[in-house]
Design a protein around this ligand. Structure first.
Ligand code: SIN
Ligand code: FE
Length: 292
């Protein structure tokens, strides 16, 4: 469930055996853990380790690397630009590691985020509460079977909270989870998907796959018996470590911690070494239907 990759440099060459081991573990639903991969902040960047850099509303500050636009920060002018440049440096470094580690030809770099707010003790609606086990699915961003791969790094000071750790639970394999919840998944209504695209509610049209993944996400979060009793493992990521995981496949919950950086990637399943492990192929097998 956790596969350790022991590199310490962001530009380290990675040997073939490590690449093969990483690809197989990741695609089979492991979390790749980089215990010695530390993302160093510059002297004048430690000032960003404060919840006050957030806007007080959003969970995350996000950066669109294609435009340089930063969102949901209270900072202005040069301070906002300096924060954006820290997030960008992280995103570029994460991209470098993903490119060096995995055999995929084209991985799309999506948003980069900084998470300066303590996870524990915030108020959320159930559906927005990532302290509950879930697989990721984006309401406004249909993926039609493409993957969600996320690279996280804990940049908390070691004396923050519980040893600065980011505390996760990781749940059962995707297929077991999907098998339990599929009967509760909503049936796809193409007319609604068409309308939502036209109205701009979604960027692109939701497929049956997208509807099903959202249903699984919501049903899992709403099911308190599942949350309490389904198998789950406690995982703690210390400051100065990073991790990489297919969050559309691995059931995860973030229970505590603050000051993480995160880079999201998307890729088509045709690039995977084992596409049949992807959520869309698993769901198609279980339902006997084409979903995108
Ligand atoms: C999530 O993707 O559910 C949140 C993970 C985190 O912020 O640690
Ligand atoms: Fe998530």
């Amino acid at each position: 469930m956790i596969e350790t990759i022991d590199i310490s440099g962001w530009h380290d060459p990675i040997d073939g055996a490590t690449r093969a081991k990483a690809t197989q573990a990741l695609e089979r639903g492991a979390v790749l853990f980089f215990p010695r991969l530390r993302f160093d902040l510059g002297n004048d960047e430690s000032r960003f380790l404060s919840p006050a850099v957030g806007d007080g509303k959003a969970k995350n500050i996000s950066l669109d690397h294609t435009t340089g636009r930063i969102q949901s920060t209270s900072l202005k002018g040069d301070d906002a630009a300096a924060l954006a440049s820290m997030i960008e440096r992280f995103g570029a470094s994460a991209t470098q590691v993903v490119d060096a580690l995995l055999p995929y030809r084209h991985v799309e770099r999506a948003r980069t985020s900084f998470r300066p707010v303590e996870v524990e003790g915030r108020a959320y609606s159930k559906i927005n509460d990532d302290r509950l086990l879930h697989v990721d699915a984006f309401p406004s961003r249909p993926l039609n079977g493409r993957r969600i791969l996320r690279f996280f790094c804990n940049v908390a000071p070691a004396d923050y909270g519980q040893d600065g750790e980011r505390h996760w639970h990781v749940g059962q394999p995707f297929e077991d989870f999907a098998h339990t919840f599929l009967s509760r998944a909503k049936t796809h209504t193409p007319g609604k998907s068409w309308l939502w695209e036209k109205l701009g509610v979604t960027r692109g049209r939701r497929s049956a796959y997208d509807e099903m993944m959202l249903s699984l996400h919501n049903a899992a979060k709403r099911d308190s018996a599942f949350q309490a009793h389904s198998p789950q493992t406690d995982v703690r990521f210390p400051p100065g470590s990073c991790w990489l995981v297919y969050t559309d496949q691995v059931l995860h919950a973030a229970l505590g911690g603050a000051f993480a950086l995160e880079q999201t990637f998307h890729l088509g399943i045709d690039q995977m070494a084992e596409p049949e492990r992807s959520p869309i192929r698993v769901l198609e097998r279980l339902t006997g239907k084409a979903l995108a």
